[in-house]
Design a protein around this ligand. Sequence first.
Ligand SMILES: [Zn+2]
Length: 315
Amino acid sequence: MTKVRRVALAPFANGAELALSIHEVKGNQGDGPTLGISAAIHGDEPTGTHTVMEIARRHGEGGFRGRLLLLPVANPLAFEANRRCTPLDSQNLNRVFPGNPGGWFTEQLADRIKTEFLENIDAYIDLHSGTDRPTVDYVFIHNAEALSRSFGSRILFRAEDGKGGSAFKASTKSVTMALGVPSVTVELGGGLIDQTPYVARSVAGIENIMRKLGMLDGDPVPPPAQIAVHSIAYIRPTKGGFLVTEAPPLGEEINGSAVLGRVVSPYTFAELEVIHSPFERGIMILAHLTTNLVQPGDFGYMVGDMEGCQHLDGA
Ligand SMILES: [Zn+2]
């Protein structure tokens, strides 16, 4: 049965008492590992929270082996503001681990998440997504390739230092990986579109990982043919305005001369910037699927480099 534990953080100057909610579900089918699932470490990525809610609804009666520890909203202040970082101190929670009990508020929050959640799990899934504008679709390979593959996404990213991997030094994964906990980061969903299909895919991926961990009965569904890229370009517009997207669907290949999108002034309608795919052979990982507002430096597109990628056979 589910127990919701409130982990008090601190009283605020406005008198409110902030707390983390951690759901603990003990399986009634026997012993097994404790799987931790976190979401909304970035407050503007609510798709993962929706997924955790659905996992709790489906498994809250405990019909599995082991234990689920669910942290649906890791950064409540950023979540209420629909912001990536904590408004109180402008810190990115996923860049301050292991935290500091006497540091910035976000560092205090990281410290509590470490001691109350990350140090108490045997396997870890961290759910990220696009925001209410771009949509994303890939899974990181950290220290548990088989688990990452069994989530079922087509594109995987083997993060290395200097190519998008260095950020993990101060993320939740820096804590779990130092403890030898198999860790999977999922990036799925986002955008001004219905999130239901992404939530359904996330739930299926998590349940497949639970099968792989022996928590649920049945053989895990073998992963499909997958592509593991070693390098991803983060393409940020340098002009603000309307981003009129021309990118192919996520997971499709794109060559270096192709246009991903154009930034157009919503005032004069002039074309301010044309954004091209940077690799000779790339693959779409993050894109705006609709015409959206962008600021200079926003998440525009992410394209994986197919040069040197690994093709992982499906079963
Ligand atoms: Zn994120």
